[in-house]
Design a protein around this ligand. Structure first.
Ligand SMILES: [Zn+2]
Length: 127
């Protein structure tokens, strides 16, 4: 892919630091949410519709954060193994622009959005 003149190694360094930072943020946010959920959960919690809603909201956030943590850890793992930037579905390179926009992604945009084979449009990768 010639969408960027930035060398892969340099880009990978950038992505690695972005992902590491994001991972750190998510982990501290997640543990904070877990603490909140526990604090919000007195025995009478089921009596309170407000608290139930609060807890449900927190649980949804926790789940999303946990999922993102997994994605980021997998991406960091691929960076270590040198397989980062290759689509897990079609095994073609993922557009650098997409990697920089969504660094934890495992799939190129076409695979992610449609599941169809990779398509290239006018030399630019849609993302
Ligand atoms: Zn793909």
């Amino acid at each position: 892919m010639q969408t960027s003149k930035v060398p892969d190694s340099k880009m990978h360094d950038t992505i690695k630091s972005v992902l590491t930072l994001r991972l750190h943020e998510l982990k501290s946010s997640l543990s904070h949410h877990e603490k909140e959920t526990t604090q919000l959960l007195p025995p009478q919690a089921s009596e309170s519709a407000y608290l139930r809603n609060e807890i449900e909201t927190l649980e949804v956030e926790e789940r999303l954060e946990a999922e993102e943590i997994q994605l980021i850890q997998k991406a960091l793992d691929r960076l270590e193994r040198g397989t980062y930037g290759t689509c897990l579905s079609c095994h073609k390179p993922i557009a650098k622009k997409r990697l920089l926009a969504v660094p934890e992604t495992s799939f190129c945009k076409p695979c992610k959005t449609s599941g169809e084979p990779l398509r290239q449009r006018d030399g630019n990768w849609a993302y």
